[in-house]
Design a protein around this ligand. Structure first.
Ligand SMILES: Cc1cc2nc3c(=O)[nH]c(=O)nc-3n(C[C@H](O)[C@H](O)[C@H](O)COP(=O)(O)OP(=O)(O)OC[C@H]3O[C@@H](n4cnc5c(N)ncnc54)[C@H](O)[C@@H]3O)c2cc1C
Length: 309
């Protein structure tokens, strides 16, 4: 379909226009990426669902993104439609069930839980991004992950229906959920907290924040979190990727403007106008060295979105 027709059809179906040729670098914390052919920011669930259905019906390649904190966009951009999920809203049902729209941020969730005096989700503090991104990759920290507190959800299925599913549907494991199989879109998550007073919640949030500050790059450093998942050794033991990367002298390695963060070997950072090729080349050198030395295959946690199919 010609671009003008596509735009007109989209406007008719969704109610607001698409943008064309939008640079993706500001949409990812890596600050890397070329232009998306089409871009749309959905502010309501209805807009999000309609936009996805429109893309599916028109065979338009598309991807829903949240905060872009786990993504590496391609320097050549994205052939298709990037849908930025800005559908927010968090409410309480009953004494402890938290209904969070998938574009709400974990930071908004933390504020909500503290104000409502609901504990149990504090471990999520400081993880940047949206509920959708967090459920997709089963985000977590301090040996806990979001899958442990999710009770049910509303999703958009492959056949275009909005259905309610329980936690089993997601088959959560380390940095994995069924959403990764593709096609399913999280619309709302229902999470469970427990009654806890504000002072204790605040104390725990501060404690976790402090620990994170010691481990992670400062906020202004452009990156997408831990680059690799923690691997399981042939012996069955799970080992931090950063430990292996330290042994192979990762810190200080660079390719162009991409560098391994000096404070944590599992963070690749955009130090100086890096491009996606440089980040990926650095990652592949790190993988090769770890493979040579330990016979372990590191697997990327950061998701690379190629420009074309
Ligand atoms: C400084 C820093 C620290 C970090 N620390 C941690 C940490 O401690 N623990 C951790 O687990 N992660 C961490 N991360 C990674 C990142 O914050 C998480 O992966 C986060 O959950 C990503 O959310 P997002 O909204 O930014 O997702 P995005 O990066 O926008 O998207 C990630 C994936 O989710 C998919 N997606 C997004 N929304 C939906 C939806 N509604 N339905 C279906 N799929 C969807 C996207 O298509 C994409 O494939 C860190 C990142 C940074 C930059």
């Amino acid at each position: 379909m010609a671009s003008t027709n596509l735009n007109e059809e989209f406007l008719m179906e969704v109610g607001r226009p698409l943008s064309e040729g939008v640079n993706l670098a500001p949409c990812s914390h890596f600050r890397i990426g070329g232009d998306a052919d089409y871009f749309f920011e959905a502010g309501t669930e209805e807009e999000l669902v309609r936009a996805i259905l429109f893309a599916r019906e028109n065979d338009l390649r598309h991807r829903v993104i949240g905060g872009g904190h786990n993504l590496l966009f391609d320097d050549r951009g994205y052939r298709g439609l990037i849908l930025h999920n800005a559908v927010t809203g968090i409410r309480l049902q009953g004494p402890s069930r938290i209904h969070a729209a998938s574009g709400s941020t974990l930071e908004e969730l933390m504020t909500f839980c503290r104000d409502q005096e609901l504990g149990g989700l504090e471990f999520l503090v400081g993880i940047p991004g949206t509920i959708g991104g967090a459920v997709y990759g089963n985000a977590g920290a301090f040996d806990q992950d979001i899958g442990q507190v999710l009770r049910e959800a509303r999703i958009l299925t492959l056949s275009g229906e909005v259905v309610r599913v329980d936690a089993d549907f997601f088959a959560f494991s380390y940095r994995h959920s069924a959403l990764k199989k593709g096609g399913y879109i999280l619309l709302e998550a229902v999470l469970e907290g427990y009654a806890r007073d504000r002072v204790h919640i605040q104390e725990q949030l501060s404690g976790y924040r402090k620990k994170r500050e010691n481990r992670h790059p400062p906020w202004e450093v452009a990156c997408a979190g831990s680059y690799f998942k923690n691997p399981v050794l042939p012996s069955g033991e799970k080992v931090p990727a950063a430990f292996l990367l330290d042994q192979i002298g990762a810190k200080g390695m660079t390719v162009g403007g991409a560098a391994v963060f000096s404070g944590h070997a599992n963070f690749i950072i955009n130090q100086d106008r890096a491009n996606s090729e440089q980040v990926r080349e650095l990652a592949s050198r790190l993988k090769a060295r770890v493979k040579d030395r330990f016979a372990v295959d590191l697997e990327e946690e950061v998701i690379f979105l190629p420009a074309g199919p």
